[in-house]
Design a binder for this molecule. Structure first.
Ligand SMILES: Nc1ncnc2c1ncn2[C@@H]1O[C@H](COP(=O)(O)OP(=O)(O)O)[C@@H](O)[C@H]1O
Ligand SMILES: [Mg+2]
Length: 376
């Protein structure tokens, strides 16, 4: 058998573009060259696809001449990555590389939210991670909470506010929030990540600032009761129909909460700390691992996800906060570190994810897409 050609997609139209580059560098560096032929595929912040040459360098250095325009067609009969060439006012398409499987290493909107997954489904290319539904539900914090509630899984008290409502009647919206949740609360855009647009609000003034900030990023704004003395517990989940959970880890944020700066900017002594395994009583460990798998199944996830929890240090209450369907994937990121601590080293984890992608695709191909009533 020849090597598997794996397209690794990185960058993208998201605030988490740089994080994606770091994750993808680690992933590509750890893929066994005996087994895989890596086809790096970059997406610029404007959404242009590039491949061939060195798309990673092109994005890192902001010099697109280091790579070349490419695209993927939604037509499965023209499977493969296409090169785009401009010639005399025409655009010419030619096959650049066949792809056996794709590993989208894209965080946030336009990558982790089901959009790229939809394109890959149309193109008929197997891919790592959740499908359209799991990705979309994992991305939208408001829909996600509703799905958790429908499955009886614990989430914090919250209110969903539409940007239109907030802009039309800010005082009325804040009155409603104060009556239902009091202070402190967290405000966040429904569809984002990396704590961008997330604020902790202690009073009405802070609330107005928080909502205005979140409204820059989304038309759906989430307001949540702050978990008292929140501890941040995370579990890695892996699998398709029979997902397994890793040991839990804990994050000790370097700031008042796990903000963008606490995630990516604070370094050395100042950096946020990862504790693996999380120092939890055995019954709490078991409970978070169970909840992680239940939440994973509830959103119809596949491949992988990192399940994030908030555990109140004051009341002991445990809440499902979110599922990240494409979690940070550098060698020092929580998702792979938790697997390492659970007996699956980094490059084996990549092997397993690719296997799961192929299995899921094969399972999907079993579905009939035609129906002839006369057969009944
Ligand atoms: N309800 C809450 N109670 C306490 N802390 C919270 C709450 N919501 C968010 N946070 C803090 O804000 C961080 C980012 O919020 P989160 O919902 O995880 O957004 P993101 O998708 O950007 O990671 C969390 O890791 C946590 O530190
Ligand atoms: Mg988070």
């Amino acid at each position: 058998m020849g090597k598997l050609r794996v397209g690794v997609i990185f960058g993208g139209r998201s605030g988490e573009h740089e994080v994606s580059l770091a994750s993808a560098r680690s992933v590509m560096g750890a893929m066994d060259p005996e087994k895989y032929e890596v086809v790096p595929i970059g997406i610029t912040k404007e959404g242009a696809w590039i491949a061939s040459g060195d798309p990673m360098a092109a994005l890192t250095e902001g010099d697109l001449s280091l790579s070349a325009p490419a695209t993927l067609l939604p037509d499965p009969s023209r499977r493969g990555l296409m090169r785009l060439e401009e010639e005399g006012g025409r655009t010419i398409l030619s096959l650049l590389a066949e792809l056996d499987v794709v590993f989208p290493v894209l965080h946030g909107p336009y990558g982790e939210d089901g959009t790229v997954q939809g394109l890959l489904d149309l193109a008929g290319v197997p891919y790592v991670g959740a499908g359209v539904t799991g990705s979309a539900v994992g991305m939208d914090k408001a829909i996600f909470k509703r799905v958790m509630q429908a499955h009886g899984l614990p989430v914090v008290d919250y209110l969903l506010v539409m940007r239109r409502e907030w802009e039309a009647d800010p005082e009325g919206v804040m009155d409603r929030i104060e009556a239902k949740l009091g202070y402190p609360v967290f405000t966040k855009p429904a569809n984002l990540g990396s704590s961008v647009g997330v604020n902790k609000c202690h009073d009405r003034e802070g609330l107005a600032r928080g909502l205005a900030d979140a409204a820059q990023y989304d038309r759906k704004l989430l307001v949540e009761a702050a978990v008292p003395q929140a501890r941040e517990i995370e579990v890695s989940v892996l699998g398709n129909d029979d997902p397994i959970a890793s040991v839990p880890g804990e994050i000790i944020p370097s700031r008042e909460f796990y903000s963008y700066a606490a995630k990516y900017l604070d370094e050395g002594e100042q950096a946020s700390e990862l504790l693996i395994p999380a120092p939890l009583p055995p019954e709490v460990t078991e409970r978070v691992r169970e909840l992680a798998v239940e939440a994973y199944r509830a959103i119809d996830c596949a491949g992988m996800a990192r399940a994030d929890f908030l555990l109140s240090g004051e009341t002991g209450a445990l809440y499902v906060n979110e599922l990240n369907t494409i979690p940070g994937f550098t060698k020092i990121s929580m998702y792979p570190k938790l697997w390492e601590a659970s007996g699956i080293p980094y490059s084996q984890l990549i092997d397993r994810l690719i296997e799961l992608a192929l299995e899921r695709h094969a399972d999907r191909m079993r579905n009939r897409t035609t129906y002839r009533p006369e057969e009944e």
